[in-house]
Design a protein around this ligand. Structure first.
Ligand code: GRF
Length: 216
């Protein structure tokens, strides 16, 4: 049976678009059949409409608490039984109950070389620190913000004259390469997460996740 992927997003949806492209090319190992946004104006909703994918808008502003929002979000997801829930620029912190419910089938992409720079403003923080490299990391989501086990990480150089905008663009380009690959690994059963230890093809991954190299 075709495996089902749900995507949660809040914004323009360029990572979602890269996942869609991979899906169309048969490279994702499953079908994206639901896209949920917590923001009415999210560009990612338009991408989903154009692709004929079912969408749901669950506007967090209509909820009195984070718990109430997450309960509805979980309810909509559960009604579709996704094999994987992909956070693609979903700008909400999820409650422990939600994370627990989807443990082991919840992936996020974060624009830094985790464990460096969890949270926001990652590019400016890397620049302010004088780092020579930045990057992006796909990781399983746990109760710790941006702290779950990394699956795949890509590095890019920080160039002289970079600002947060130019660096973000360089990082985004590699985000678009690595997220579909990490999703494919999950969907094709190559990743196992047992007691917090993540293995790919039965080999424990380093703390950075697998280090991405441009395919030849
Ligand atoms: C990406 O940089 C992602 O790493 C971060 O939010 C941004 C989303 O961009 N979590 P997009 O909506 O996928 O274009």
């Amino acid at each position: 049976m075709t495996q089902r992927i749900a995507v949660l997003l809040s914004g323009r949806g360029s990572n979602f678009q890269s996942l869609l492209n991979a899906s169309a090319a048969g490279l994702l190992g499953g079908n994206i059949d639901l896209v949920i946004s917590n923001r009415p104006g999210a560009g990612g909703l338009n991408i989903a409409h154009d692709a004929g994918i079912e969408t749901a808008l669950i506007d967090h502003q209509n909820y009195p608490t984070r718990e109430a929002f997450d309960r509805d979000l979980a309810g909509v997801l559960d009604s579709r039984s996704p094999d994987l829930v992909v956070l693609a620029g979903f700008m909400r912190i999820l409650t422990a109950d939600f994370v627990e419910r989807f443990a082991g089938r919840l992936l996020n992409i974060h624009p830094s070389l985790l464990p460096l720079y969890a949270g926001l403003n990652t590019h400016q923080r890397a620049l302010d620190n004088g780092d020579t490299h930045a990057g992006a990391t796909v990781h399983y989501v746990t109760g710790e913000l941006d702290g779950g086990p990394p699956v795949l990480q890509a590095r890019v150089p920080i160039e002289p004259g970079d600002d947060a905008r130019t660096l973000a663009a360089r990082v985004l380009a590699v985000e678009h390469q690595i997220y579909p690959v990490a999703v494919n690994w999950h969907m094709t059963g190559r990743l196992t997460l047992i007691d917090g230890t993540l293995r790919k093809d039965d080999v424990a991954l380093p703390a950075t996740g697998h280090l991405w190299e441009e395919p030849l």
